[in-house]
Ligand binder design. Structure first.
Ligand SMILES: *Cc1c(COP(=O)(O)O)cnc(C)c1O
Length: 242
């Protein structure tokens, strides 16, 4: 087990390493590294650890948090001002207002009810625009969040009617396979769905983001077209159980 202090001093090196990997994989796949946004998944880690990454990145950084409550104090931290904040965990209805006030992007929109609620809360909170990604569940895993493919068109239609929501793209959390190659078909499928939606001009800035890939499979995700990868462990080390 690493102590917090050791872990902390490794963050800058890990971040540089992940960035180098992104560059390499992008080039190998014939893509531009700038097409791939790194979301540093900072859930469970204390603010001092986030600051290491923030400083190493010169403040040009995006963090991913999965709990509204936990993110609140981090986002309020003045020493992290200017960072981008992405909600990547399930959003419960009773936390939606706080999420609207806190996050730059909500990546886990997964129901018509939640879309309508977020739109209404944006109006109440005088927030003109809220960028969202739809979380898609591609495998038959009842325990996981996300809409099924068959539910996607109806949710997209609803978002179109929500004046303040900006549909940016799709996000998925595929089933875990130790062998990242086995995840490839899920990434490919998300890209196909994105391409179909893009052809219908439903995305706020027509490209359509693909948020997919975590520490153990982001290289495969880049090959399959990811434009946002969500990397925690490879940057911040193992998370303590909670
Ligand atoms: C925790 C988490 C990640 C990061 O996972 P790592 O394996 O630590 O890179 C990415 N996406 C989501 C939705 C997560 O909850």
């Amino acid at each position: 087990m690493q102590t917090l202090k050791q872990l902390d001093s490794q963050v800058a090196a890990n971040l540089a390493d992940v960035r180098a990997q992104i560059e390499q994989r992008a080039h190998d796949a014939g893509r531009e590294p700038q097409q791939i946004k790194l979301i540093c998944v900072s859930k469970t880690h204390p603010v001092e650890v986030l600051r290491k990454a923030f400083d190493a990145a010169g403040g040009e950084i995006d963090f991913g948090e999965n709990r509204v409550q936990e993110a609140e104090s981090k986002i309020a931290e003045t020493s992290l001002r200017g960072a981008g904040w992405h909600l990547i965990g399930n959003l419960q209805a009773n936390k939606a207002r706080r999420a609207v006030k806190l996050f730059d992007v909500i990546q886990t929109l997964d129901s018509i009810d939640l879309a309508k609620r977020l739109d209404r809360l944006c109006a109440e909170e005088a927030r003109a625009e809220l960028p969202v990604l739809i979380q898609v569940r591609l495998a038959d895993e009842a325990t996981k969040a996300g809409v099924e493919e068959s539910e996607l068109p109806a949710l997209v239609e609803t978002i179109k009617e929500c004046a303040r929501l900006r549909l940016k793209g799709l996000m998925t959390i595929p089933p875990f396979f130790a062998d990242a190659e086995q995840v490839r078909p899920f990434f490919r499928r998300l890209r196909e769905l994105r391409d179909e939606l893009r052809a219908q001009n439903v995305f706020a800035d027509d490209a359509g983001e693909l948020s997919m890939g975590m520490s153990h499979d982001y290289k495969v995700a880049i090959e399959e077209g990811a434009t946002m990868i969500r990397v925690g462990t490879a940057i911040f080390g193992e998370r303590a159980a909670r």
